[in-house]
Design a binder for this molecule. Structure first.
Ligand code: GLC
Ligand code: GLC
Length: 825
């Protein structure tokens, strides 16, 4: 069953029923100001950091699920029925409903009693504000008198404190009301230099800023007291829960329509310009303030400037046009036209869009990540770069340097950092021993995309301390050495707290409920080894050697290569189980992920990297993965699933079988097998795995899939689960970046390399071919791939502008448009 449809021409997903199987959301903003908005206008916004600069309040795990957002309440001709354009929270049945989630904007339209209300929500490029353009249109034959109420609820900035420290919070809320703008200035008079505001470009007939006055203590969002009675209370919040609601009386003749532009903005002021200089002295009317207080009036200059940029319909339309142009440009860098419509819409639109969102937010704020728990993950953010680097390389470059600055001198890294401070997070610390390798991979991806080798000479600190400055190449070197110097009894890399799989905690041994599996250290960590890290090393290590060679350090390149060869030998000796690669050795030195184990005989993670690195018997490895792990909804992480808690394995065995890391379809690692299958020429298999997890292919059974059909989810419940095929944790997942790499570089096979663009498709045999356009280092390549002999892989000939080229790499050309023809066979 579907709840909408893809409108590819407009790059939108159009939701036609508000009762989606879960809130289906979109993200607005991609620089400083971010909003999460559901298909019923639920959600919240924040500035840069969802924990420390939360602007709107949102209650997770609510009943009903998605309550709280930016709501417009409409009372038309004094009817008893009040309604919202997005159906919720009143849930009055509408005559029509539609939500269009597009690239950085969402448009929600509802109609009732011949009145159409359409709200366009977006964050303009370069502005720290959410613009809401509301259009009311009278489609009836009689004039209408409408009472319109806007509504947002302020969060008291620190989202953690906001949801826990009520004894303080209920006394500190402060607002100002100045004409049509409501200011939220809690804590501004002391140490904060920021405030938020909510304005509308029309005179208002009243307002409310106290939640309890607006809603009533015993009502819900669906029946606010003020809206039900049709009368604003002009309440001025003083403590408790500050909100912002404008009240506007609108008259509409038949066929008439009116626009209102609301702006929800965020402002930072310099310390010595925080307060209004002119109150009293110049005779400026005093704004209405909390407690009637006349001191500490906020300096509104910057708010006025921001509002002036979007205070007419025309200005809002122009800003939207700019946003669209921005996305046109970003999405023109890589486009494909293949025989598969769903693949096209993933590659051309939604997967790239999701890559931007994950790059911006890592795993911090979604409908499954509260924005409080974690900031930017070291391994996550490094991997996110793989799917984003072609879009805005300069931002990827900065991110790489920021991440490198949180590395430790021994080549390890702080596992997470806060986006606002960019400082490593001490609570979680380091010792996730896969972390360093991802630094090499992201740096390599950046150089391959841009050719900017100079990044390796950038001077970056360790531990965010300037006195510990060294080149980025030095950081990569220490990352590389981290793997080979921290080895266990077999000479394999020690696993640390965990490798990529946060839940395989071989040194934890936690028998006390409530302990964190990631930070409890039951063992000294000198025995448990990760074959996954070893196979990652086989795949990623050579990139370090290549970078050294590019920098002219042949000696170091040779040293690196010999270390890799050594490790590969050890992996083949101690890491191969006969038909697949082992997963690890535990703290007792026992095999994990072996045919000898009762449960968890085979794990997915090491297999893909080993195959991509041409390690061992690649065919046998892939056969085993297909035989043991394949399901109707993708490849599960391990088999058989764990049914009991295993002290020496940790969190992985806490999950019920089929969920999360315990035999769930963890989409992120499916991408590694898509890459691996494509790499060895199993184009049909690669496409099969791809189409099982790519959301557009799952749209037809949305009632089962549950999360948005336009973005990847972290996990689909595996075959052992009670709800096989149900997705969870959509949006913020490494799947976005990795699957974009898998489909664009491995299946379609258009892959940047240090010295050119490699074309090496691995496609389903029945495809006649495809065309693609790729802008790469300033030149544009119009690529036509023909498949006359119905093969999956193998470039028989390649011509550029009519001239044949040896091999399958197009040397980078500085500019111009180039016709590339590839014949497979
Ligand atoms: C989550 C984490 C990621 C980890 C993965 C597997 O997605 O963000 O860092 O690798 O789970 O445990
Ligand atoms: C990852 C895993 C999750 C685990 C968490 C611990 O996100 O997916 O299962 O609980 O890391 O931080």
């Amino acid at each position: 069953m579907k709840y909408g449809f893809f409108d590819d021409a407009n790059r939108e997903y159009v939701i036609t029923s508000p009762r989606t199987p879960y809130p289906w959301i979109n993200y607005l903003g991609s620089e400083g100001f971010f909003s999460l908005i559901s298909n019923t206008a639920g959600g919240y916004c924040f500035y840069k950091d969802a924990r420390l600069r939360r602007i709107l309040r949102y209650r997770y795990n609510n009943v009903p699920i998605d309550m709280g957002g930016r709501y417009f309440y409409i009372n038309d001709n004094d009817s008893d029925e009040i309604w919202n354009p997005g159906w919720s929270p009143c849930k009055t049945s509408l005559d029509s409903y539609e939500c269009r989630h597009g690239m950085g904007y969402t448009r929600i339209t509802g109609s009732k009693f011949d009145l159409e209300a359409s709200v366009l929500f977006f964050v303009p490029v370069g502005l720290d504000a959410e613009v809401q353009k509301l259009t009311l249109k009278n489609n009836g034959s009689a004039p209408k008198k409408i009472k319109l109420f806007s509504f947002v609820e302020w969060c008291l900035w620190d989202a953690m404190d906001d949801s826990s420290n009520f004894q303080r919070n209920f006394s500190i809320g402060e607002v100002e009301i100045d004409n049509s703008t409501i200011y939220h200035k809690t804590e501004y008079k002391e140490r904060r230099d920021h405030y938020a505001f909510y304005s509308v470009n029309a005179p208002i007939n009243g307002f409310d800023t106290s939640r309890d006055d607006f809603i009533g203590l015993y009502n819900g969002f669906d029946a606010p007291d003020v809206v039900m009675s049709g009368k604003p209370k002009n309440s001025v919040a003083d403590g408790w829960a500050p909100i912002a609601s404008h009240y506007i009386e609108v008259e509409l003749a038949p066929n008439e329509s009116k626009d209102f532009v609301f702006v929800l903005g965020y402002i930072e002021n310099e310390f010595n310009e925080k307060f209004a200089p002119d109150i009293g002295a110049s005779g400026t009317p005093h704004p209405t303030t909390s407690g009637g207080r006349t001191q500490n009036i906020v300096n509104k200059k910057r708010a006025h400037e921001l509002i002036a940029k979007c205070d007419t319909s025309e200005k809002a339309d122009k800003l939207l046009a700019e946003l669209r142009a921005h996305w046109d440009e970003l999405l023109s860098i890589y486009t494909v036209n293949s025989p598969d419509e769903k693949l096209n819409r993933m590659v051309n639109i939604w997967n790239q869009y999701q890559c931007m969102v994950t790059f911006n937010l890592s795993r911090s704020a979604s409908y499954f990540e509260s924005g409080i728990g974690r900031g930017m993950g070291f391994r996550d953010s490094n991997q996110d770069i793989l799917g984003f680097v072609h879009q805005i390389p300069s931002r990827a470059r900065q991110r790489i340097l920021d991440l490198a600055s949180t590395m430790l001198r021994d080549g390890g890294a702080y596992h997470q950092y806060q986006p606002l401070t960019k400082k490593g997070n001490h609570e979680l610390g380091s010792n996730f021993n896969d972390d360093p390798l991802w630094m090499i991979l992201s740096t390599a991806a950046y150089i391959k995309e841009t050719g900017d080798v100079a990044i390796l000479d950038e001077v970056v600190p360790y531990e965010n301390k300037e006195e510990l400055n060294a080149s980025l190449l030095d950081h990569c070197k220490r990352a590389f050495n981290h793997v080979i110097t921290k080895v266990g009894p077999h000479g394999l890399p020690l696993i640390g707290r965990a490798d990529w799989n946060d839940c395989l905690n071989l040194n934890c041994f936690s028998a006390t409920s409530g302990q964190s599996f990631q930070t409890t250290e039951g063992k000294d960590g000198k025995v448990a080894e990760s074959i996954m890290i070893a196979t990652m090393f086989a795949f990623i290590g050579p990139e370090y050697a290549k970078m050294c060679r590019i920098k002219g350090d042949e000696t170091e390149a040779l040293r690196a290569e010999s270390e890799i060869a050594k490790m590969n030998e050890i992996v083949l000796k101690h890491g191969w189980d006969g038909e697949w690669f082992l997963r690890a050795y535990d703290d007792f030195g026992k095999k994990v992920g072996s045919k000898d184990n009762e449960e968890g005989k085979i794990f997915i993670e090491p297999q893909g990297f080993a195959v991509m690195a041409n390690l061992g018997d690649t065919e046998k490895t892939l056969d085993s993965v297909d035989k043991w792990l394949n399901s109707d909804h993708g490849l599960v992480l391990n088999q058989p699933a764990f049914t009991r808690y295993i002290l020496e394995y940790g969190e992985i065995s806490t999950y019920p079988p089929g969920y999360k890391e315990n035999a769930g379809v963890f989409c992120h690692n499916n991408a590694w097998l898509i890459c691996a299958a494509a790499h060895v020429g199993r184009g049909d298999k690669a496409f099969e795995y791809y189409s099982k997890i790519a959301p557009a292919f799952r749209e037809d059974f949305s009632e089962l899939n549950k999360t948005e059909p336009y973005v990847y989810a972290q996990m689909i419940a595996g075959k052992d689960a009670g709800r096989h095929g149900e997705s969870k944790n959509s949006w913020l997942t490494g799947t976005a970046a990795w699957n974009f790499a898998a489909v664009s570089q491995y299946i379609l096979g258009i892959a940047p390399d240090y010295d050119g663009l490699v074309i090496d498709p691995s496609i389903p045999k029945d495809w006649d071919g495809f065309t693609a356009e790729r802008t790469f280092r300033g030149a544009k390549y119009n690529i036509t791939v023909k498949n006359p002999n119905k093969v999956s892989k193998g470039v028989k000939s390649l011509t550029v502008n009519g001239k044949a080229i040896e091999g399958n790499k197009i040397p980078a050309m500085a500019s111009g448009e180039h016709e590339v023809e590839v014949i497979l066979g």
